[in-house]
Structures are given as C-alpha cells and as structure tokens.
Design a protein. Structure first.
Length: 282
C-alpha cells in the first residue's frame, strides 16, 4: 500500500488568505504611491497639453477641478485685436478674471479669462524637483526646472525683472510667428517656483547687457506663460509669469503626517535650546 502524506488543508487555506491579503495591501500602497507621484505628474501634464488660448473656463475645470483662488485684474489689450494697426497702437483697459490652481506639492496653474470666461492666457509653474514637465515654447521644447533661459533665442520683448528685499521675478517674451501659431510665450523665473534664481546684476541698462546674458545662461526656467493675441504684457510681467507668492505660500499643502512630525521636531528642538539656556544660567 503506497504511503500518502497527510496534508493540512486548513493551514494551506489560511496561508493562502494571508498571502492574498498581503499582496492586496502591497498593491494598494504601490497604487497610492503611483497616483501621488509619477501617475499624478503624467495626468497633470496631459491635462495641461489639452488647454489652449480661448478654451472655456468650464473646460479647464473639467481637467483640473475647481480653482483655489480667483480675483480680478485689469490688463491692456490692443483695440480690435490688431497689434500693428498703426504707428500709435490703441490700447483698451479690460478686466480679466485670474484663477489659480495648486497642483499639490508639484506646482501651480493660472488662467486669465475675459468676461465670456474664455482663457486668454495661462501659465504653468513648477515648485518641485519631482515635477519637471516638458512643454512647448513655440517650435522649441523646454523642461521646466531644468532648461536655462539661454536655450531659447534672444527675447523679442523685455526682459522684465523685479528684485526686492524679499520678492523677485524675471520674465521675457518670445514670438515665433506662424510656427508658434501667432501666439506669444513668456518664460522666466518666479519666487513662487523652483529652482530659485533672483535676477542679480540685471539692471536693465544698455551697459548691463552682459549681466543679463550671464543671468540667462545660469537661470533655469520655472514658469511659462502662454499669451493669446493682442494682449499687452507691460502691465502683466514680470509678476504675472506665475501666481503671487504672498497668496499661495499661505496654503498648507504638505501631508498631515509630515506636518505633525515637523511640528514635533521643532518643538523638541526648542525645548533642547531652553534646557541648554537654563543650564548655562545655573
């Protein structure tokens, strides 16, 4: 009579259940990590490439959800939509609605809409090393956060720059005619984005051209603004290249667990300093 080994089927069923539960939990962790990092970057970039000047605001909302901020801003637009209508262009003041979306920890999207809620301008800003999207600037392709300003031709207009005790901004305009769809692109660096590169040495005088050229070789583009026809950028740039830092920096975008750990760390550090101070006084 052949020997038949005894198989504990109950143990095998529970072992299989434990393995399946562990695999399901692991897949959930991997899926959550993907949706929060690589998958999210792909979704945001795909949504960004689906928008263009004159699309409806509702269409942008379908791609990115509801904006976090909204305010009015007056800009100047060439009358009749023609920038070359004469030696003295006629400009009209038009009130636009500016809306800002925080893209998690990765960056910001800003749209500028007219009274019909058509998008006349929109900008994308990166604020994280994890978000380095490749975007079009006319016939050129750049990577936000990596491509230098000097990788693009000399600007057609500008540059515009501000440098204060706490805030800074730099922007320049590019126009490529028919290869760029007769649109304009403003690229630059904003204090709301990353990496940070204050325009030190860019006085804007004729004798400071070498300083501007040196800055363009070292500064990395962290913001791009796509501009519809007939909009005068003199009153928009350089701050309009990205959202206002004093507004967006007040929004807490970190994970609650990270905020709790950071709070406990700084509280413990302050307690150690107080203990050392009392010890020195004793």
């Amino acid at each position: 009579m052949p020997f038949l080994p005894v198989i504990d089927t109950k143990l095998n069923v529970w072992t299989l259940a434990a393995v399946l539960t562990a695999l399901y939990t692991l897949s959930g962790i991997v899926r959550g990590w993907w949706n929060a990092t690589l998958g999210k970057r792909r979704r945001l970039l795909r949504a960004y490439r689906r928008i263009a000047p004159f699309v409806r605001h509702d269409y942008v909302t379908e791609q990115f959800g509801e904006p976090a901020w909204q305010h009015k801003r007056t800009v100047r637009i060439h009358r009749g939509g023609d920038e070359g209508s004469g030696p003295e262009p006629v400009l009209d003041d038009v009130e636009l609605t500016v809306r800002t979306w925080p893209l998690g920890l990765l960056g910001y999207l800003v749209t500028w809409c007219n009274e019909h809620d058509e998008v006349l301008m929109y900008s994308l800003t990166t604020r994280s090393r994890l978000f380095r999207p490749r975007v079009s600037v006319g016939p050129h392709r750049i990577t936000l956060g990596k491509t230098s300003l000097a990788a693009l031709p000399e600007p057609g207009s500008g540059p515009w720059h501000e440098l204060g005790a706490r805030r800074f901004s730099y922007a320049e305009e590019h126009y490529f005619g028919n290869p760029g769809g007769y649109l304009s692109w403003a690229v630059g660096t904003s204090d709301a984005g990353s990496p940070l590169a204050p325009p030190i040495g860019c006085q804007g005088d004729s004798w400071a051209a070498d300083d501007v050229a040196a800055y363009r070789r070292t500064a990395r583009i962290n913001s791009v603004l796509v501009v519809g026809p007939a909009i005068d950028l003199e009153g928009v740039l350089p701050r309009g290249i990205a959202p206002d830092l004093d507004t967006v920096r007040l929004l807490e975008l970190r994970h609650p667990a990270r905020v709790a750990l950071s709070t406990r760390y700084h509280a413990a550090k302050a307690e150690v300093r107080r203990w050392k101070h009392r010890r020195e006084e004793a």
